[in-house]
Design a protein around this ligand. Structure first.
Ligand code: TRP
Ligand code: ZN
Length: 879
């Protein structure tokens, strides 16, 4: 395990490396009890470094077998090997270092570096995993050409892969063989990858815009043979899209994707050899939900897009992580929007941002998208870096317009190809290409916290002027107070009483102003006047969520109802519905059981259910009530049982009042033809499963019959799981248990489906109370070593089953603390991520708060805490 008092690393301490690596020659000997790694580094002193500068290499969990400098073995007196650093003083300006290390992938449960997952060897080197393979200057600003020879038993590991192109292969003694790979593109060590296993190969090809033929390959365990088509297709669409939209062509002759079951995150963009968590790449109609298909499409695209935004142009240091992640998430969200419904994609992204990233930005781990310090970098693969980072790039796109943005990205790629750069280099390219001054905009990279934009309006009948006073403020976050106003693009429009868009005339002279405007907020207060209005307009604010901010405006329920059915901006239609539902639910918090529920809410939902002319995908999104997590995020002192009860009351009230409409909606959206993945088909499935879920929430017998039939006979996983979930959340306990058992029996040999089965139960307040969670942990299919299983039970319970997790006796918190402590010894990355639901303890009502704090203290007091968990727990407990 790691040290007990981890060091903080500061961006301001950044120094260029004293030595560069030009070439790396690796030879891996893979055995059943470990692996020997032979590494030869061609090193060269940085001309900027001083002559006496020692060579510093990182290492973690390595056994050093030998160290040779220019052919001469170095005695132990010639270097210091202190825990995680190997320091060699007195080295020449140019030399070759040969290092031999012994490692034990079979015992690697952290899943960093080289490890084994269901019989295959695989690697995960981002961010700092390469140092678990060999001693190396493991930092992204050291970019080298890699040549990798992999040797292993031929029958157990017929497939041997690494980055780049295969250049040599052959047989060795004792039934062993080797393959040598060469990657012509210099890269940081975090992009290194190796895979060895008995894998099935799926082949396809892609012809690039310049006519080059690329070999596409997927490598999966033989049992997953039928689950590759969708990812392969998504890959080809991504490759074409990146050519068309960003002018980016693929650069190697081969592109490979490997699926592994044990993986800490979603997937990894290793050069030419992307490695995926099985659940983020394998799919078939029978085993994957629509949501899973969409996630696969997005992640395949994301990793592929990294080839330019991340690999060809990489990060100087890990403080710049959002340079590649924010930009690449923006790119993959543009791609998904182009492949399906842009409005729905926007709603999904904003839901995640507002529910989880806003919470992170208001909590003890809040950090700017370019952090100033960290203890453990893997804790900074956050929603802030990824999702807020993408929003910041989106704002640049909106401020510059598509054309200038493209000029900026072309300049960025051209100027920095082959370099390790900073977020500032990215902004500068955008600035240079467009001629715009982005100085104030840069504050988005430096200041943490979600800006609050407050809007007050006033209409003067006598002169026909409508005035908006718009103020911004940014809350304090750990280590940051008194923040400067940021540059916020604020898109808006005005509607008249008939629901028609009005021209936005900014002066008395202007006559036919545009119906949409992006106000650029740069001061803490602006006053904007709209002229020539003969009636008081209804404002549509922050259209398409043009900036990651909280908007405060005192909407009346009339206005929200009006916007829900009239706003030409689809996103704001949805948002108005959400705000209305939030307002209604919040007004019931702590109210007596018979307090009346806003009747117009029922009418609005009835209209939605009956509306067959509106985009049905949007209707499906609009029917979803705000989640408990979002309601928690919106409250000052969250009282979870009260939130749960109020939301349940509204849901049940709507379901009772709209029973007939729901049944009609279910019937109307039944499919009779073949299964399709089009947006329309997805919307139909979504609508009928929402109808089932609502009806089973009120224990409707007719809906039970429909669900029982559907869970048994559905021809796809979306419908099967939709029905199962609805039954699990009903009071029909016998049928629920029968359905769960039958479902498990049918899919027990498919890990991805078993994960769904776990999470449906763990996230349900009916089937996922603590004793039932304990039982799931005892289930034979549960496996502490598999992050997906841990996430599907422990993560789903603490993150999605709020009323059970926050049960008033505090047992949910203690349970989580126990599991974090247990996991910390085997997989600190996953353990640290699991702590997250406890970190926001200050946001909860007093009866939750003290017990949450106690659970954090219990983790803090564990012996030998990893650096990962140490950082999260100590920051959460600091005042
Ligand atoms: N770069 C990966 C991505 O596409 C993130 C990632 C994958 C990662 N595996 C990881 C980060 C392990 C840290 C640790 O977003
Ligand atoms: Zn990424």
């Amino acid at each position: 395990m790691r040290t007990n008092q981890p060091q903080t690393i500061y961006l301001s301490d950044y120094q260029a490396p004293a030595y560069f690596v030009d070439q790396v020659d690796l030879r891996f000997e893979l055995f059943e009890d470990g692996a020997r790694v032979h590494s030869k580094l061609a090193l060269r002193r940085n001309p900027e470094a001083s002559v006496g500068a020692p060579l510093e290499l990182n290492g973690d969990s390595l056994t050093l077998e030998s160290l040779t400098l220019d052919g001469e073995a170095l005695p132990a007196s010639r270097y210091q090997n202190e825990g995680d650093k190997l320091v060699v003083p007195g080295v020449p300006a140019k030399f070759e270092l040969a290092v031999v290390t012994w490692i034990e992938p079979q015992k690697n449960t952290r899943l960093e570096g080289l490890y084994k997952s269901s019989g295959m060897f695989c690697t995960q080197c981002e961010a700092e995993g390469f140092r678990c393979i060999t001693y190396y200057p493991d930092r992204p600003d050291v970019m080298a050409r890699f040549r990798t020879r992999v040797e292993a038993d031929k029958s157990a590991y017929p497939i041997l892969l690494s980055n780049g192109n295969p250049v040599e292969q052959g047989d060795l003694d004792d039934g062993r063989h080797f393959v040598t790979w060469e990657d012509p593109f210099p890269k940081p060590a975090y992009l290194f990858a190796l895979v060895a296993g008995d894998l099935l190969e799926k082949k396809d090809t892609f012809t690039t815009c310049s006519g080059r033929n690329i070999d596409l390959r997927m490598y999966v365990e033989p049992r997953n043979s039928e689950k590759c088509d969708y990812a392969m297709d998504a890959l080809k669409r991504s490759m074409r899209w990146d050519e068309e939209v960003y002018g980016r062509e693929y650069d190697l002759d081969i592109f490979m994707i490997v699926a592994v079951d044990d993986f800490n995150m979603g997937a990894m963009e290793n050069k030419g050899l992307n490695i995926f968590n099985s659940s983020c790449v394998l799919a078939s109609q029978d085993t994957a939900t629509d949501a899973a298909f969409q996630r696969i499409e997005a992640i395949v695209a994301h990793e592929y897009f990294h080839n330019w935004s991340g690999n060809r142009v990489t990060c100087r240091d890990w403080f710049q992580l959002s340079l590649k992640e924010g930009f690449t998430v923006f790119r993959d969200s543009q791609f998904s929007a182009d492949m399906g419904s842009p409005t729905v994609k926007r709603i999904e992204d904003v839901t995640l941002l507002r529910t989880a990233q806003f919470a992170e930005d208001a909590g003890p781990m809040a950090h700017p998208i370019r952090p100033a310090s960290y203890m453990e970098i893997t804790n900074f693969y956050t929603l802030t870096i990824y999702e807020k980072g993408a929003e910041v790039v989106r704002m640049l796109h909106n401020l510059l317009g598509s054309e200038m943005f493209r000029k900026g990205s072309d300049l960025y790629f051209e100027r920095h190809d082959g370099q390790a750069v900073t977020t500032d280099d990215f902004v500068r390219a955008m600035e240079d290409a467009s001629g715009r001054d982005l100085n104030q905009f840069r504050l988005w990279y430096e200041q943490a916290g979600t800006p609050i934009v407050t809007v007050v309006d006033d209409y003067d009948e006598s002169d026909g002027i409508y005035r908006l006073t718009i103020k911004q403020s940014i809350p304090d976050t750990p280590g940051q107070t008194h923040k400067k106003p940021q540059h916020i693009p604020f898109a808006m429009g005005l509607l008249n009483r008939a629901g028609e868009p009005l021209p936005l005339n900014l002066s008395a002279e202007e006559q036919n102003g545009p119906q949409d405007r992006v106000l650029e907020l740069t001061e803490s207060e602006h006053c904007v006047e709209f002229h020539g209005l003969s009636e008081r307009p209804v404002p549509s604010l922050l259209r398409d969520f043009s900036a990651p901010v909280r908007v405060q405006y005192s909407w009346t329920r009339e206005q929200l109802l009006f916007l829900m059915s009239h706003d030409p901006d689809g996103f704001n239609r949805w948002d108005a519905g959400q705000r209305l539902a939030v307002d209604v639910i919040q007004s019931l918090l702590g109210a007596p059981d018979d307090a009346p529920i806003e009747p117009r809410l029922v009418d609005a939902y009835r209209q939605l259910l009956n509306n067959v002319s509106l985009d049905q995908a949007l209707v499906a999104k609009m029917l979803l009530l705000p989640s408990e997590a979002y309601l928690v995020e919106l409250s000052e002192q969250a009282d979870v049982p009260a939130i749960h009860a109020a939301r349940e009351r509204v849901l049940k009230h709507l379901a009772h009042a709209l029973r007939d409409e729901l049944l009609t909606c279910y019937q109307r959206n039944l499919d009779h033809g073949d299964y399709r993945l089009s947006p329309e088909a997805i919307a139909r499935r979504s609508l009928r499963n929402i109808a089932l879920a609502w009806l089973l929430h009120i224990d409707d017998e007719q809906a039970l019959a429909l669900a029982s039939e559907q869970v048994e006979n559905a021809d796809n996983m979306t419908d099967r799981l939709g029905a199962l979930r609805a039954m699990v959340n009903s009071r029909f306990e016998t049928q629920r248990n029968q359905a769960l058992t039958a479902f498990y029996q049918r899919f027990s040999d498919d890990p991805q489906v078993v994960e769904l089965w776990f999470s449906v139960q763990a996230s349900s307040d009916r089937a996922g109370q603590l004793p039932q969670i304990q039982q799931l942990l005892q289930h034979p299919a549960f496996d502490w070593k598999n992050p997906n299983k841990v996430r599907s039970v422990v993560g789903a319970f603490a993150g999605q089953n709020l009323s059970a997790f926050h049960s008033p006796d505090g047992t949910g918190y203690q349970f989580l603390a126990e599991q974090v402590c247990r996991l910390d010894d085997s997989n600190p990355q996953i353990a640290a991520r699991l702590v997250s639901p406890l970190t926001r303890w200050k946001k909860f009502a007093p009866h939750h708060r003290e017990q949450m704090k106690a659970a954090l203290e219990r983790i803090r007091d564990k012996d030998e805490l990893s650096r990962d968990v140490y950082e999260v727990v100590h920051k959460s407990l600091a005042d």
